[in-house]
Design a binder for this molecule. Structure first.
Ligand SMILES: Nc1nc2c([nH]c(=O)n2[C@H]2C[C@H](O)[C@@H](COP(=O)(O)OP(=O)(O)OP(=O)(O)O)O2)c(=O)[nH]1
Length: 158
């Protein structure tokens, strides 16, 4: 039986820059990414996103916009990861390194896709131009995308 794990993913934007964190441990270790993680029992997805951004980057925002809904399936694994993607331009606090993430600002035309999840180079252009998007990716291991679909949407199905 297939089950779904709900995760958040937050990108902080500032004029021509985007804040990424280098994942120091766990799932996605050694890759740059936004900040996020599992939604806990009793919190909404957005509350989970706010908490993870604070825990991992030391930044507090109560003004997140949902911009993406991505699902990831891995061959041989029963769990589909459902990732809810948010952005914000308004926050307080200075990005600070945590046990999990080392934050760093990148110019939007210098995003280090070679050191990120391989799907990111497909949907980042949609995020960066301000579109909403929805997608599905089937992975073999953590490096190969076997098939995918990705579309811009006006609103999300969930
Ligand atoms: N950019 C990008 N992010 C992804 C992909 N797949 C994927 O799960 N993520 C995100 C969603 C989450 O923000 C993060 C994974 O969350 P996590 O396992 O670190 O969750 P957590 O912090 O609760 O974990 P932990 O405390 O139990 O270690 O990675 C992907 O293909 N691209």
């Amino acid at each position: 039986m297939v089950n779904r794990k709900i995760l958040s993913l937050v990108f902080v934007r500032e004029s021509t820059k985007i804040l990424l964190g280098f994942k120091k441990r766990g799932f996605g270790q050694g890759r740059w990414n936004g900040f996020g993680g599992k939604v806990e029992q009793g919190e909404t997805i957005e509350e989970g996103a706010i908490r993870e951004l604070q825990e991992e980057a030391g930044v507090l925002s109560h003004d997140l916009s949902k911009i993406g809904l991505l699902e990831f399936e891995f061959v041989g694994e029963p769990t589909i990861l459902q990732v809810h993607v948010f952005t914000t331009t308004s926050y307080i606090g200075l990005p600070t390194e945590s046990d999990e993430m080392k934050p760093q600002w990148f110019e939007v035309d210098r995003v280090p896709f070679d050191e990120m999840w391989p799907d990111d180079s497909l949907w980042f252009p949609l995020m960066l131009k301000g579109a909403k998007f929805q997608g599905y990716f089937l992975f073999h291991g953590h490096h190969n995308i076997l098939k995918y679909n990705l579309e811009e949407v006006e609103r999300f199905k969930y």
